[in-house]
Design a protein around this ligand. Structure first.
Ligand code: NDP
Length: 284
């Protein structure tokens, strides 16, 4: 079986490459944005015409949440037309698609973890384009898995963990938002969950349940909690002050609460999920 991974140079793309050697039964094609620009419909079709692809994992995205507010067209083409091109190509070539989405499709007004069927209401352009990207997949094919995740970090690429460690090396004190609640997600754990879905989908004895699934690490954190745990594990001494979101204005509004209910992915695929603290410790 041949698995195409788009956006292969991003955090998730690199995390999948990191664990790919555990799946020697599969052939992986890792395509960076230079190898395959997902907004180029002709290139996408040509890529699928000239390579046998059974599964596509779309790790490509426009992820600059604040910049998206002023780069609406760019965010839209990568997050909406990109997944649409992949969905159409997958359908035409009988390939399955795993597409990654975000907790930012929700407005954060809930007080209990969001299930896959809860009402969406993105607060910013990034969340809106990601939601429209989900719909583009749903409208154009049947054999898809959409995985909504949150607060992704890893040893790869740019992310909150790396930013905190860099800032701590430059400053004596930091103020971190403490009124946004969610769950950090280790990209390597997300990659593992995606591969478990791929493997289970190959099992002819189990009936495949396509659709939307939530995945994050277990547990609850604010950005302040996440930062203080990063510093604790790294033995970094720094003065960290919790602040409210209003004291740290950003171009894009973010959901105040974005915990995801993971019962569906756990029950359907038997996926066991580590706590974010355990996973952070392993990453560091
Ligand atoms: P990254 O920003 O690390 O990686 C995204 C990758 O997409 C980059 O390698 C980028 O390549 C590539 N890309 C951008 N445009 C195109 C294009 N037109 N064609 C092909 N590739 C392109 O993202 P993550 O790995 O962190 O995110 C993975 C998924 O998880 C995304 O769908 C994201 O929306 C979702 N997600 C991420 C969260 C996070 O906190 N990071 C939280 C919730 C969901 P290049 O650098 O060359 O432009």
């Amino acid at each position: 079986m041949v698995i195409l991974v788009t956006g292969a140079s991003g955090q998730l793309g690199q995390a999948i490459q990191f664990i790919a050697s555990n799946y020697l039964e599969f052939k992986f094609i890792f395509a960076s944005s230079e190898d395959l620009d997902i907004i180029n419909q002709e290139r996408v079709n040509y890529f699928f015409d000239t390579n046998r692809i059974d599964f596509c994992i779309n790790a490509a995205a426009y992820t600059a949440v604040d910049k998206a507010e002023s780069e609406i067209e760019k965010a839209e083409s990568i997050n909406v037309f990109g997944p649409k091109n992949l969905a159409v190509a997958c359908k035409n070539h009988n390939a399955k698609l795993i597409h990654i989405s975000t907790d930012f499709v929700f407005d954060g007004s809930s007080s209990k973890p969001y299930s896959e069927t809860d009402t969406t209401n993105p607060l910013g352009i990034y969340g809106k384009t990601k939601l429209d990207g989900e719909q583009a997949v749903i409208d154009n094919m049947n054999e898809y898995f959409i995985i909504r995740t949150s607060w992704v970090y890893s040893q790869f690429g740019n992310n909150f963990m790396k930013t905190m460690l860099r800032l701590a090396s430059e400053r004596d004190s930091l103020s971190i938002v403490s009124d946004q609640i969610g769950s950090p997600t280790n990209a390597v754990d997300l990659a593992g969950a995606i591969m478990q879905i791929v493997v289970k989908s190959q099992d002819s004895t189990s009936s495949i349940q396509y659709g939307i699934y939530n995945f994050s690490n277990e547990g609850i954190a604010s950005w302040y909690d996440f930062a203080t745990e990063i510093f604790r594990i790294n033995n970094v001494t720094i003065n960290v002050t919790p602040i409210v979101s209003e004291a740290f204005p950003t171009p894009a509004k973010r959901p105040k609460y974005s915990l995801l209910d993971k019962s569906k992915i756990k029950n359907t695929f038997g996926i066991e999920i580590k706590t974010w603290q355990e996973s952070l410790l392993q990453t560091i």
